[in-house]
Every structure is written in C-alpha cells, then in structure tokens.
Design a protein around this ligand. Structure first.
Ligand SMILES: Nc1nc2c(ncn2[C@@H]2O[C@H](COP(=O)(O)OP(=O)(O)OP(=O)(O)O)[C@@H](O)[C@H]2O)c(=O)[nH]1
Ligand SMILES: [Mg+2]
Length: 377
C-alpha cells in the first residue's frame, strides 16, 4: 500500500500467511534476519500520528477501542477515532486564538479600548468558559456510561437474593434453597445491560446472629463486596418483617430497594417489586439498573466525549486560564496579562489533539500514551 494514504502514511507491505504459531514465527524470524525491526507497542498509531494521519486524541481512541469491554465503551471510542472531540476542541481553540489576536492588536494603544470592547470580550470569554465547563461536566457521565459496574445483591438470609441473581443472569449459577444462610462465598457473573456491562454479585445474607463460623465469614465477605460496589440491590421478601438496620452506612453505592417474592404479597409498596416465580418486575429492575449508567447525562449525544483523564486535565487547565483571563479583564489588568492567559488556554487545548503543539507536549507524554497500546496496534 503506497503512502501517503496508508494507515501510517508510509509505504506498507502486508503479508498474508497461514496462522499457525510456528509458521508465523519462522516468517517473522526470516524478516528480522533480513534487517526488519519488530514493532513496539502502539508503533503503527504513533507513526500515523507523526505523519499527520491521526490526531493524538484519535490515536488514544484506537487504544480505547481495543480496551473497550462494553458496547457503550466501544461507541465512545469510535467517536474519538472519528475525530469528533478534536474538531470541537479545535473550533474553540480557534475562537480563543481570534480573541487573543484582537486583544493583542490593542496592546500598543490600550487607551483606544472602549468599555464596549471590554464588554464584548467578557461576553465571549463567558461563552468559552461555558463550553469548556460543559465538556468537563460530561466527563463523569462518560466514564460511568462505559464502566463495567459492580452490582451487589444484599439483604437478610432467604430473601431470594440467589434466585434473583439466577433470574437476572438467566442461568442457575447460584445455589437456591429454603434454608436461610445458603450462600456463603460470594458468586459473580457477567450481566449484560445492553449497551452497558456489569458484574452481578450474589452475597451471603446478612443477619445479626449467624448460624455458624462459616456464615460469619460469608457475612464479612459480603461487607467487603458492598464496600466496593457501584450499585447495591437491597432485597427484602414480601412475606418477611422489615429488617431494622438496612444497608450499612459505610456503603457508598447507589442503593435500589427491592421487595422480592411479590407473588406472596406486598409489604413495601414504594419499593421496586419483583417475583422470580412469576418473572414480574424483572424488566423494570433491568431498566432501573440501565438508568444508572446514563445518570446525569441528559444530553448524551450532542456533546463531545471527553472521556480520558489526559483530556480532562488539559481541558480543566484551559478552563482555569479562561477564568483567570476573565478575572483580569474585569480588574482592568494590563492587556498583556489578559492575552497571556488566553495564550495559555490555547496551548492547553492544542495539546488535546497534539496537532499544533507537539513541542509542548513533549516526548515523554507521547511515549506514555503509546506505550499503553498493545504491540502491533
Ligand atoms: N414465592 C416465592 N419464593 C421465592 C421467590 N424467590 C425465591 N424464593 C424462595 O425463597 C427461598 C430462598 O431463596 P434464595 O434465593 O436461596 O434466597 P437467598 O436470599 O439467596 O438466601 P441465602 O443465600 O440463604 O441468604 C427459596 O426456597 C426460593 O425458592 C419468589 O419470587 N417467590
Ligand atoms: Mg443465596
């Protein structure tokens, strides 16, 4: 494939060979003997970046694509690879550059700057601040949407936790029995909540006076699982008295109150009712779980995804500079200082795509980014 329209931008030769490991190894050895060098992690993406075929955030999108564990994560990564974030960031960067240019044009004759100019600049800064702050607000939402959530089932013994676990993962994974204290070790299984992903965890029932040592150990493990969960489904059965102490105070997770065995009655009308006997409420429970992933993400589709920590850091530095700039302008500070802050914001934004600021980004940042790739990507 002749450059420059190949993936890396270079001339590329691709060999199609039979996939047996030994066969491949001998071909590779022969090529190395001829003077070829083996690719390092992320080397193809790095070359593509250096020859201008990819922006930095697109290259990072490829790493995210490879690492994606859920359809939601994959969808976000594709948006990065498509260059959507880069285009939005560039548009704002150009706006910042334009404003800086306008302010710098007044450096020699600051006395010509009218109150109307200052007001207009302030308004423009306020618009820029709002845009960048909006990206940052969506960072958490984006992170959550692509997360593989840990969802723990907890509650008193015999509440029907293992039955609900099996019903949700759609196989008889955990032991169910009428005997309280059946589950001891916690049990995990993957739960698909299309397009999101979760790990569902069944735990030992919690009660004040355990039957034996084993159950006591099981309860200790339950508490560990609850401490690490994103969502806790707290389960009590419709035919049982309410538990006095519900979920522990130490639990940070989002708690969903579920009343099980609704086929036997209804004692907690405002809880989410389910019955594994009839299947009632299971779809509603799935929908409730799915909502957690998109919580706080009302405008999911029209804001760029600023999902990587590096992008967030650069964007929050840009935001700080824009805010500092607005403050200086309000204080009637010398225009040099105002323009200086804008220049800083511009550089931080440029570092997200790496297109205009390779020097400022520095070799070790690039190395760190590309070393996270697997070999051959
Ligand atoms: N009627 C009715 N019985 C249920 C339902 N779900 C579970 N059960 C019964 O309740 C009993 C306990 O169920 P499990 O799923 O083992 O309960 P658990 O909360 O995991 O119990 P431990 O592991 O002992 O804490 C079993 O006899 C189940 O058949 C339901 O929706 N309706
Ligand atoms: Mg159980």
């Amino acid at each position: 494939m002749p450059g420059p329209r190949s993936f890396t931008g270079e001339d590329v030769v691709e060999l199609h060979i039979h996939a047996g490991a030994r066969n491949v190894q001998q071909v590779v050895d022969a090529l190395l003997a001829c003077g070829a060098t083996a690719a390092g992690p992320g080397e193809f993406s790095r070359r593509a970046f250096e020859l201008g075929r990819l922006d930095l955030e697109q290259a990072e999108g490829i790493a995210a694509l490879v690492a994606a564990q859920t359809d939601a994560a994959l969808a976000q990564a594709r948006r990065l690879v498509a260059g959507e974030l880069g285009r939005r960031v560039d548009a704002v960067r150009e706006q910042v550059a334009g404003l800086r240019g306008e302010i710098e044009a007044n450096l020699d004759f600051p006395e010509d700057v009218t109150a109307a100019d200052t007001t207009r600049w302030s308004e423009e800064l306020e618009g820029l601040r709002g845009t960048v702050a909006g990206w940052l607000r969506r960072f958490e939402a984006g992170r959550r949407a692509r997360e593989v959530a840990r969802i723990a089932l907890a509650g008193p013994p015999n509440a029907g936790k293992s039955s609900l676990f099996n019903a949700l993962v759609q196989r008889e994974r955990a032991i169910v029995s009428p005997q309280p204290g059946t589950t001891r070790d916690y049990v995990e299984a993957a739960l698909e909540l299309d397009p999101h992903g979760a790990v569902l965890i069944d735990t030992a029932g919690l009660r004040g006076v355990p039957g034996d040592e084993l159950e006591l150990e099981g309860i200790a493990r339950t508490r560990d699982q609850l401490a690490g969960a994103d969502i806790v489904l707290w389960i009590e059965a419709a035919d049982e008295q309410p538990v006095e102490r519900g979920v522990d105070e130490g639990v940070n997770a989002h708690v969903v109150l579920v009343e099980s065995k609704r086929d036997l009655g209804c004692a907690r009308p405002d809880w989410l009712g389910v019955s594994t006997r009839t299947g009632a409420g299971l779809d509603r429970l799935r929908a409730t779980l799915r909502r957690w992933f998109v919580d706080g993400d009302a405008s999911a589709d029209d804001s760029p995804w600023i999902g990587l920590a590096r992008h967030r850091e650069r964007a929050s530095e840009a935001l700080a500079s824009i805010e500092a700039c607005a403050t200086r302008l309000g204080e009637d500070a010398p225009l040099e200082l105002v323009a200086f802050e804008l220049g800083a914001a511009e550089r931080r934004l440029a570092e997200i795509t790496g297109r205009h600021a390779l020097g400022a980004i520095g070799e070790d940042v690039l190395r760190r980014i590309f070393s996270r790739f697997c070999i051959g990507k």
